[in-house]
Ligand binder design. Sequence first.
Ligand code: F6R
Length: 613
Amino acid sequence: MCGIVGYIGDQDATPIILNGLKKLEYRGYDSAGIAVLQDGKIEVRRDAGKLNKLTAMVEMNPMTGNLGIGHTRWATHGMPTVNNAHPHMGSTGEVVVVHNGIVENYLELKEELLAEGIQFKSETDTETIVHLIELYLGLEADFTAAACKALSRLRGAHGVVTFSTREPDKIVAARIGNAGGVVVGLGDGENYLASDIPAILEYTRRMIFLESEQMVVLTKDEVKLTNFDGSPVKPEINTISWDPVSAEKGEYRHFMQKEIHEQVRSLTDTLAGRVDFDQGKISLAQLNLTAEKAKQIQKIIITACGTAAYAGMVGKFLIEHIARIPVEVDIASEFRYRDPIVDENTVVIAVSQSGETADTLAAMELAKRKGATLWANVNVIGSQAMRISDGFISMQTGPEIGVASTKAFTAPLVDFYMLAILLADLRGTIKEKERRQLVSDLRLVPNLVSKILQSEEGIIQAAREFKFIKSALYLGRGINMPIAYEGALKLKEISYIHAEGYPAGEMKHGPIALVDRDMPVIAIAPKDPWYEKMISQIEQAKARGGSVLVVATEGDEKVAELADHVFWVPETPWLLSPVITVIPLQMFAYHIASLRGLDVDQPRNLAKSVTVE
Ligand code: F6R
């Protein structure tokens, strides 16, 4: 949450920072601001609201300089007002700070600073950082040392970036705790900083990821990485393979729409290099999984938040069905505060697009402390989840910018499918013929996805009809039950329509009371082993006057007769069906929100990477 960009070099920092912030707006859009060192003075522009307000402000009142920092905010402490917008300046005008995260001990620090006679201008926790640096700068005269002293007093999880007129050739940044990633981009005679790769991907692919409790001092020619105690750290330079164009909207109106359509490519990439169709084998090299290790596993716990957790529910189904290993799915924010039963024979798998979700990281750390093997299914390269895991499966989706996750939902489904086959193979619990069939079915996926994407027109028509609904009930069973949760989440988060996902078999235990003319039922009923059960559920809903929209397999006459609307999906091997059934629901949610004129990519109150609790 909150996006940060920094630049130091010979170019004008302002357009580079504004351009970087544009790429990071998905991280927060309550306010935006920029600070540039202009003629030895810190110039700040900031405003409440979205980035375009800041851009207009900079156009009206330009600023220029070779060093600068910028910020997009997702408010935690203090309302989204101009005063609370970053960057924050101290009282002397010599220091400026942008920050991502929460200073957990800010009240204590604020009291100390108030006792020194320092006056606060905002309600943010961030302002304590800038005053603290200035306080130490008064005593130290060395900006880097003052910043280090101040930053090492912060508790919580943050990324902080600061510069000062005292040392006008430097930017100092730090990562404290697990969340709040800081990425350094290496240029030639210039260097970059960001909270996230896409902000600077257009300028460089060579990047360094800060670990917790590390600080970096950037000049235009040098990058000095240290621990807080000043001891030097040899930086590991990563070359990022993501295509910068994939972080652009291109011909699409919204990133979400583009990312829905990218699923043919992301799923093709998901299979590349991992599936040997000739031998009917799967290889997931970065998991570091041996047959001996696979045989030791007694239990798997999948932990994640939101959409990633729903992907985990499908994962449970696949691993239990194919590899016959017991699997639990645990919401990370719950898991981290329980005393879960985990030991060295347990594998904990974290699913996370960003790899920076605070609750997921905390769950991973708890699992590690308890001796579990830690795996991550993660998208962002170099993210904390990837780095702290014992092995990982990297989602091959490229950057996901739309706040509502789409392609980073379908990739883990295929990753789990492959993992389940690999585990079964290594444990010797699957017959060769069955394994070969399961592997061979994977070949169908990109084509099936491509087919559904061609049916968008019908989905737009249904969206037109449904765009004014107040509520919706999504029902699914078996392997498609999590798709009911995911379909409902997509609708509520971008269109602000109340929607509930429910296991269809639970209807009669309460929720059926909700069904009437005004409560549409969206049933996921492809030709899978629960098909007959779903049909009887649809019949019950119809009998109560509900309007029913069904996701069904092409050619299903029974559904055609019963349903008010059908989203047809091509016939799919049932273990892969969630990859296919979710796509019309993603498009449906997208078009409803879009027809309602809502900001699909930046829904209210949300941000992409939830790096705070
Ligand atoms: C919903 C959505 C969220 C995320 C959740 C976890 O569309 O995107 O529910 O899935 O915040 O985020 P990651 O996967 O980054 O850990």
